[in-house]
Design a protein around this ligand. Structure first.
Ligand code: TXA
Ligand code: MG
Length: 310
């Protein structure tokens, strides 16, 4: 922890645990530090970052919170909800964080180590998921070490309890807009807001300006991936939801009992495991399009996306 504080104060990046996935963190007030995040991830500079704060007071110094944004914040923070809010003028934030947009994505993470770190720093932390751009998100220290070949300093907090990124809600306008499904299911948000959210964005309708990071190819293992598969092909690794396949090998399950929360927490771990096996591709069984299943199916669609030949 002391070393992480020292490194972050000197504008370095440090991989840190959050309740969702590991983040690649750096001082959000420093151009030099934020530039290092983009370089390390090989992330396009037009894809803005989520900024992590220790409390709502600090957030309100940087963005403008509407009444309903505050209501969501009070209910879900600390926790896996990211809110996109209008930036105030004249803030000390590096403009690289928002990639030049007039809005900023913010959240208060619920992981005790992340909060302890934020308490000790005089600045918030910009932190995208700690993986090279477009690849699988890391849910344990080993994933980070493998992805960056041990070259990134790491605060090891064990396995991330949620295992799935935060849900992103754009609350900068009159109506909340679900930009990314994630660890908080849509229904839970709708209950607190007392209104239905605009229907989850289907891939082809993703407005690029609103969510530059919602790239069609994302969260991808290095092997080709097929979703909604009932019968895997020989040579494919099979990922089931429920019991293992009686005869296909290799086969792993997201949740033996068919529990979606467990499936969310094992999702990236299982894909990392399969990706390391000597197989030709990954086949994933159908997942219900409800609750956290919506977020998992969204990630599978992006992971299996193939650009049309141009
Ligand atoms: O759970 C999480 O959210 C993790 C942990 C580390 O906090 N972080 C994470 O960050 O998933 P990242 O960079 O992998 O995903 C952030 C997403 C991107 O798709 C980005 O485009 C979007 O947030 N985003 C950031 N700022 C935005 C903004 N102002 N408007 C719209 N989308 C924004
Ligand atoms: Mg990411």
């Amino acid at each position: 922890m002391d070393e992480a504080v020292r490194l972050l104060q000197a504008d370095n990046v440090v991989a840190i645990p959050t309740e969702t996935v590991y983040g690649l963190a750096a001082n959000a007030f420093s151009d030099r530090a934020v530039t290092r995040i983009y370089a390390c991830k090989n992330r396009p500079l037009f894809n803005p970052l989520i900024i992590h704060f220790k409390d709502l007071g600090e957030i309100q110094k940087i963005v403008v919170c509407s009444a309903y944004a505050r209501q969501l914040a009070n209910y879900f923070w600390p926790g896996p909800l990211t809110l996109v809010l209008p930036l105030q003028d004249q803030v000390p934030l590096s403009p690289l964080c928002s990639a030049g947009l007039s809005t900023l994505a913010v959240r208060i993470p619920a992981h005790p180590l992340a909060l302890k770190l934020l308490e000790r720093l005089p600045f918030p932390l910009a932190a995208p998921s700690a993986n090279p751009s477009t690849f699988l998100s890391p849910t344990c220290a080993e994933h980070v070490i493998t992805a960056f070949k041990g070259q990134v300093p790491l605060l090891d907090g064990g396995e991330c309890p949620k295992g799935l990124e935060s849900t992103i809600l754009d609350v900068s306008g009159e109506k909340p807009l679900l930009l990314r499904q994630g660890a908080i299911p849509r229904k839970a948000l709708e209950e607190v807001l007392g209104m239905p959210l605009l229907s989850p964005l289907k891939m082809e309708k993703v407005p690029l300006i609103k969510a530059p990071g919602q790239l069609l190819k994302h969260y991808a293992p290095s092997k080709p991936l097929r979703m909604n598969v009932k019968t895997p092909l020989p040579g494919e690794g099979f990922l089931t939801f429920g019991p293992l396949h009686p005869s296909h090998s290799p086969c792993l399950t997201l949740s033996e009992s068919g529990n979606l929360e467990e499936a969310a927490s094992t999702f990236f771990k299982r894909l990392h495991q399969l990706d390391l096996l000597p197989i030709e591709g990954i086949a994933v069984a159908p997942l219900p399009e409800e609750g956290l299943g919506e977020a998992l199916n969204d990630r599978l669609r992006r992971a299996s996306y193939k650009a049309a030949p141009s």
